[in-house]
Design a protein around this ligand. Structure first.
Ligand code: GLN
Length: 518
């Protein structure tokens, strides 16, 4: 197969092609590394990748597939238990090159969390979700850049430098999983894992024109995911399409004895996804998440609502006043959790240690002052403030109560509606350095993603499919070497009740398939 044909395959199509020996895993890995060689110096999606090791794994897989095929002949080799190799079902992502965010552990590899604090830290074990990907046959080819410890929405807050948006180099890819999104967007991986505490999978997926799934809290083990806000952290897929997102979710989900908050969640039926029919579905758009100020997003949601209505759904604008407090609740609670979680980085046990200190207090102070970046320090200060005895009752407790009110508001909405539809972000990808000017407005821009995070709900961002003529005229003006600011991607978000992955991904798939009509 031609290299471009290979790169155009989805992750699950590639796995099928590799199994059917239409393409080798080695060819796929080489194709991806060709893109990495071409784009990395501009985009900087990866913090680390290992080409030779990935190629070696790919060749082993290819060899196994060839042996398996030859065992299908009458006297082929038998494997343990007397079964023929050819009778064994192959793992679903066998030979597919995948990237993972650098806050997920992978034995023997660096895991930096985008921080100076962990710049030389080597993972002693592998995160459960990464292990599951490996068991599914995926080739993990590298670790992707991120906002330090997951705090941010642009991937500019990485100690190792910003990642740029492959759709427009003047813009950020979103964050904090911006490296994972950028890598998938330029074809530097067939899929990636990100993590989402307050939107870090969905928002970069939206800014890079990809699908990003935040699974139900607890449905994916957090073992080996470096904690930021433990009551909201969850790992999930960033992919080019909804079917890949569903396939990756099915692989990484499942209870884990190493994470007491992990639970069983139903898997997504990919065949059912194709049969989704919006007629009779009840879909709500909360008016608090739908503002006329952000033109592109307002238009995208209006047109999506119309499209679903034309296909038989009932689409209502609803009022959820408590949503006005979602950003405040999120930043109080997530910063409180972050300040507790990051207390372990003290220069004693692991990570960076400052030198030239007189005593232990100075060691703590100097290590943490030098090891953490500006945004992380801001969150620790905020977290310590809201947890201090003076402010605990009026900030932290109040935020907890408000979080419960938000949960109740969603329960009530889901007693009447199947789905919630809203934008993923209030606008398109911001220009580089725009965020530094005003951190507060960046926090406010998390409005559309933090509600699902606070309530443990599953949510997916899917690119708003423009009409053929619109995307055509945009792409004609695009010079391939210099991505244009035109036709920047806009994300549509579906939020579902707990364990509603099937419903949200099916609706997203419906949009993806019928998109050109919108
Ligand atoms: N933008 C959010 C924050 O900065 C999201 C972070 C996340 O999901 N990891 O906290």
């Amino acid at each position: 197969m031609e290299i471009n044909e290979i790169l155009n395959l989805s992750a699950i199509e590639l796995a099928e092609h590799i199994q059917e020996q239409k393409v080798t895993s080695e060819e796929a890995v080489r194709a991806v590394f060709k893109n990495i060689d071409e784009c990395e110096s501009n985009v900087h999606a990866y913090l680390d990748f290992w080409k030779e090791e990935s190629l070696k794994k790919a060749r082993e897989i290819d060899e196994m597939i060839v042996n398996r095929a030859s065992s299908g002949t009458a006297r082929g080799p038998e494997c343990r238990g007397g079964n023929r190799l050819s009778d064994l079902e192959l793992p679903p992502l066998l030979g597919v090159p995948v990237a993972v965010k650098d806050n997920l552990l992978l034995t023997g590899k660096k895991m930096t969390c985008g921080s100076k604090m962990l710049q030389d830290y080597i993972a002693p074990y592998t995160a459960t979700c990464v292990e599951k990907l490996e068991k599914a046959g995926a080739i993990i080819l590298g670790k992707t850049n991120m906002d330090e410890f997951g705090m941010g929405a642009s991937t500019e807050h990485s100690f190792f430098g910003a990642t740029l948006n492959p759709k427009d180099y003047k813009r950020v890819p979103g964050g904090s999983s911006g490296g994972s999104a950028a890598a998938v967007a330029y074809g530097g991986a067939f899929a990636a894992l990100g993590t989402d505490s307050g939107g870090s999978i969905r928002q970069p997926a939206a800014f890079c024109g990809l699908v990003g799934l935040r699974p139900t809290y607890g449905s994916v083990s957090r073992h080996g995911l470096t904690a930021f806000a433990s009551s909201m952290d969850v790992a999930g897929p960033i992919t080019r399409g909804t079917r890949d997102a569903a396939a990756l979710f099915n692989i990484v989900t499942g209870p884990d004895s190493k994470d007491q908050t992990s639970v069983f969640a139903p898997k997504v039926d990919l065949a059912e996804m194709e049969k989704y029919d919006p007629s009779g579905k009840r879909i709500a758009i909360p008016k608090q998440l739908f503002s006329e100020e952000a033109k592109e997003n307002f238009e995208a949601i209006s047109r999506t609502g119309e499209f679903l209505k034309n296909n038989g759904a009932r689409v209502d604008l609803i009022d959820m006043p408590v949503l006005d407090y979602a950003v405040a609740i999120y930043y109080i609670l997530s910063s409180a959790e972050a300040s507790a979680n990051l207390a372990r980085f003290d220069g004693i046990r692991y990570g960076y240690r400052a030198s030239g200190v007189q005593d232990i207090t100075e060691l703590y102070r100097k290590t943490r002052s030098e090891g953490f970046g500006k945004e992380v320090k801001r969150r620790i200060l905020l977290g310590n403030y809201v947890l201090s005895s003076e402010h605990f009752n009026d900030c932290f407790r109040q935020a907890e109560r408000a979080r419960n009110m938000l949960k109740k508001a969603f329960d009530e909405a889901f007693s009447k509606y199947d789905l919630i539809l809203c934008p993923t972000a209030p606008g398109v990808a911001p220009l580089l350095h725009e965020i530094d000017k005003d951190p507060l407005s960046t926090y406010i821009a998390d409005l559309c993603t933090v509600p699902a995070s606070l309530c443990g709900l599953p949510a997916v961002s899917v690119p708003f499919p423009r009409k053929e003529d619109e995307s055509d005229s945009a792409s004609k003006e695009e010079d391939a070497a210099v991505p244009s600011a035109r036709a920047l991607p806009v994300g549509i978000q579906f939020i579902g009740p707990r364990f509603g992955e099937q419903e949200i991904l099916s609706a997203a798939r419906f949009l993806e398939r019928g998109g050109q009509k919108i």
